[in-house]
Design a binder for this molecule. Structure first.
Ligand SMILES: [Zn+2]
Length: 454
């Protein structure tokens, strides 16, 4: 763009620079920035019923749920339904009108969505169908907004409100794993004077439950601290079925006291422990890469390729976590009627206190400008302490390293068999243990749960 503009300076008195694009993400989209600096023309068309001039907006397209062929446009002026066959006449009678005053009056911008496509091309029915198909997937909705509506996608990184999360906490026996949790991972954050560990249970669709939160006092210089972490690898948590579960993988941050973390990891073995390094930035090909073999100094001896290290794009998992926290959940009544929680639902226990919840929601995604004027998305701390979020990201990375993002249905069924539950139990327990009224389980399972159910 810079080069093209420089070249055009030669013809300064009659130059035109024409930029055209589909937008991408709000804050990163160059074309959106250019459009915002223009007079932002929209194509106004008259209503066939009341003649009100208006530009077409997707949220005024209406159809019966599941029947995109009934799509009609509701006029802003008279609320009358406009059928698609009117469009040809409307487009003929339409005109471009500016909707903003640019700083530089010579900057002209036009925006047009697929809602205007001539009759016989991409019809309103097909747009409605594309929307129905996209629902439920952020990726598909983003593509829909970009390519059909010509609008940017807002990558929402707003921190969820910790008090709202507090209201949604659930009651289950501390230290136990609800029915849907099929394997455990932990994320460990190493600090100067302590190691904080959160244990998470994961189920189908990466639904997750916070199972345990430990603060091991002492820090990386203290052998007793490492011994406690080693003990944790042998600890068990009881599944709702009564089965004991151990940690499938513990991911530990190597950012602080790297060599101590490598030494401990090597000592306990890389089968259950994954040393991780967090990196910034989006648009990486994979949220986790590795392992790479790194040199480690153990007991004063330098070992070439002595440790394995995984690299984790923390931004990706933070964004995912906050998206999961924001998504709608079924109401208590719906759960009792058999509705399942959507994939990714994060269940927090009622022992998660205000401090933990504040740490969990301690960051927000913001757009920053680099020195050269480019926009970049970046996570920024809202509060000093954010260990709960870091531990979650590492525990999530551990689930990724285990392969949970790519497991087949058969693999999940295997895990269910291992913890001793059946598909019927799962259907019974979509909410992960919050609604005893919905249970139709046998008497044995009921006794297992009745000790901690309310
Ligand atoms: Zn009208």
């Amino acid at each position: 763009m810079t080069l093209a503009e420089a070249r055009s300076l030669t013809f300064a008195h009659r130059r035109k620079v024409f930029l055209v694009s589909t937008p991408t993400i709000r804050g990163l989209s160059r074309i959106e920035r250019e459009l915002e600096a223009s007079d932002q023309r929209r194509f106004f068309v008259p209503c066939p019923h009341c003649d009100a001039m208006q530009w077409l907006k997707f949220d005024r397209l209406r159809w019966e749920k599941g029947r995109p062929e009934t799509a009609e446009y509701l006029c802003e002026g008279c609320d009358g339904a406009i059928a698609e066959h009117h469009k040809t006449a409307m487009l003929e009678a339409g005109e471009w009108r500016a909707t903003a005053e640019p700083e530089d009056p010579g900057t002209v911008g036009y925006h047009l969505s697929a809602l205007y496509s001539p009759v016989g091309w991409l019809g309103w029915d097909r747009i409605a169908r594309a929307w129905e198909a996209a629902r439920g997937s952020d990726e598909a909705i983003k593509a829909f907004r970009n390519t059909i509506l010509g609008e940017t996608w807002v990558e929402s990184g707003e921190a969820p409100d910790w008090q709202r999360l507090a209201d949604r906490r659930e009651a289950w026996k501390p230290g136990t794993v609800p029915t849907g949790g099929l394997f455990l991972t932990a994320g460990a954050d190493v600090q100067k004077d302590r190691i904080e560990v959160d244990v998470w249970a994961w189920g189908r669709g990466l639904e997750s439950w916070l199972i345990d939160h430990l603060v091991i006092e002492g820090g990386p210089g203290d052998p007793a601290c490492w011994q406690q972490l080693t003990n944790l690898l042998g600890q068990t948590w009881e599944h709702a079925s009564g089965q004991p579960m151990t940690l499938a993988r513990l991911a530990i941050d190597t950012g602080y006291e790297t060599s101590a973390v490598y030494a401990w990891s090597r000592q306990v073995g890389f089968a259950q422990v994954a040393p991780v390094k967090g990196v910034e930035g989006f648009n990486r090909s994979s949220p986790v890469t590795g392992p790479t073999y790194v040199d480690a100094t153990i007991a004063g001896k330098r070992l070439r390729r002595g440790a394995r290290l995984w690299t984790v794009a923390t931004s990706t998992f933070k964004t995912e976590t906050y998206r999961y926290l924001r998504q709608d959940r079924p109401t208590r009544e719906e759960i009792e009627a058999g509705h399942l929680c959507p994939p990714g639902t994060i269940h927090l226990p009622n022992w998660a206190d205000g401090e933990w919840l504040k740490q969990f929601t301690a960051e927000q995604l913001i757009t920053v400008r680099t020195k050269r004027g480019f926009a970049r998305l970046e996570w920024q701390k809202l509060r000093e302490r954010n260990e709960a979020l870091d531990c979650r990201v590492y525990a999530r990375a551990a689930a990724w390293i285990l392969g949970a993002d790519r497991w087949s249905d058969a693999r999940w069924t295997d895990l269910e068999a291992q913890v001793g539950i059946t598909a019927e139990d799962m259907a019974d327990d979509g909410a992960g243990n919050t609604t005893p009224a919905s249970r139709r389980a046998g008497p044995q399972r009921r006794t297992v749960r009745s000790s901690y159910m309310r």
